[in-house]
Design a binder for this molecule. Structure first.
Ligand code: PBG
Length: 323
């Protein structure tokens, strides 16, 4: 035998020498849930180890992440039911929970990278990402609200605006609003290929943001489709996105690879709540080795072509020195 591939696996030093893919703190984005109040820290039942923080505790959490070298955060608000309405007006109210949280994080940690979510669902009395009229989700009318939300977030100090709503044309619309108001330096990370996935369930528990009727299949993509991800991603790139995103990550590694090979832009992948929940549940049952499973998941997402990974595992992998 001339070729014996096992020779390159014979010792830890050689295995590390030939390792093709690495995950480091710089690649990770930590999603954080925010709730109104003081000194609040409530665990999300379906996401062990993940909490909703009031702003004071959010600042403590950000500080402890920063000391571990984890410096990029994606913030999501849990809005109380009585503040929700048809037009998600709470999303751009200056004294609203979300905008206050952004301002506070940027005030205390100017060097942190704050990524903000643009979509109506946490603030919508219908629990949808767009305006609902007679059971239909209106596209163009929703853009106006997404624009207001994006501008308010930029004014509050957001570094990267991340539209997760899947309305057509929203990246170009938001880019225009930002530029016309002097925010040419605020980036857009677009949820380009976002699928209508079963794996968002725990996130909707965290924010109490599940749709009040129907599902999101008229705007989020059909999990059966790959080529459609190219249409979405190319449009977002043409409309001015700085990052493209694939979501979820694990069941869509082929899509990450496809988009990576089709663009020069950095590709982000969202290792979503249901993927986290599955792994944690199996670990709690003693069915998986946590360190090995988590590092394998993150490495696989990087190997598929993701530059950045949004993951609820971000802090624990650094705290435990798993990467
Ligand atoms: C909503 C949004 C969702 C997630 C991020 N932004 C859920 C949804 O589309 O219903 C899911 C994230 C996760 O599951 O971790 N705009």
């Amino acid at each position: 035998m001339l070729q014996r591939p096992r020779r390159n696996r014979k010792s830890e030093v050689i295995r590390q020498m030939v390792q093709e893919t690495h995950v480091s703190a710089a690649n990770l984005i930590f999603p954080l849930f925010i709730v109104e109040g003081e000194n609040q820290k409530s665990e999300v039942a379906s996401m062990p180890g993940i909490y909703r923080y009031s702003i004071d505790n959010l600042l403590r959490e950000v500080e402890s992440c920063m000391s571990l070298g984890l410096k990029a955060f994606d913030l999501f608000p849990n809005i109380s039911e009585e503040l929700k309405d048809k037009y998600a007006t709470e999303s751009h109210r200056e004294e609203g929970l979300y905008l206050r949280a952004i301002r506070e994080v940027k005030k205390h940690f100017p060097e942190a990278c704050v990524i903000t979510d643009v979509a109506m669902d946490p603030y919508s009395s219908d629990g949808h990402d767009g305006i609902v009229e007679n059971g239909h989700i209106l596209n163009d009318e929703t853009l106006d609200i997404l624009g207001k939300m994006s501008l308010a977030q930029a004014q509050a100090g957001a570094d990267i605006i991340a539209p997760s709503d899947m309305m057509d044309g929203r990246v170009g619309y938001i880019r225009n609003v930002l530029d016309n108001n002097g925010f040419t330096n605020v980036s857009i990370m677009s949820y380009s290929a976002k699928y209508a996935s079963a794996f968002y369930g725990p996130f909707r528990d965290a924010l109490n943001s599940a749709p009040k009727f129907g599902d999101k299949k008229t705007y989020q993509m059909n999990p059966a489709n790959q080529r459609e991800a190219l249409i979405e991603s190319r449009l977002d790139e043409a409309e001015g996105a700085d990052f493209l995103m694939v979501k979820p990550a694990l069941a869509y590694l082929d899509v990450i690879k496809l988009i990576k090979d089709d663009t020069e832009l950095p590709v982000a992948a969202y290792n979503v709540s249901g993927e986290y929940a599955m792994l944690k549940a199996a670990v709690q049952k003693g069915w998986l080795n946590e360190q090995r499973a988590v590092t394998e998941v993150l490495t696989s997402i990087r190997r598929a072509g993701a530059t950045a990974i949004l993951t609820y595992h971000a802090k624990e992998v650094l705290e435990n020195k798993w990467i």
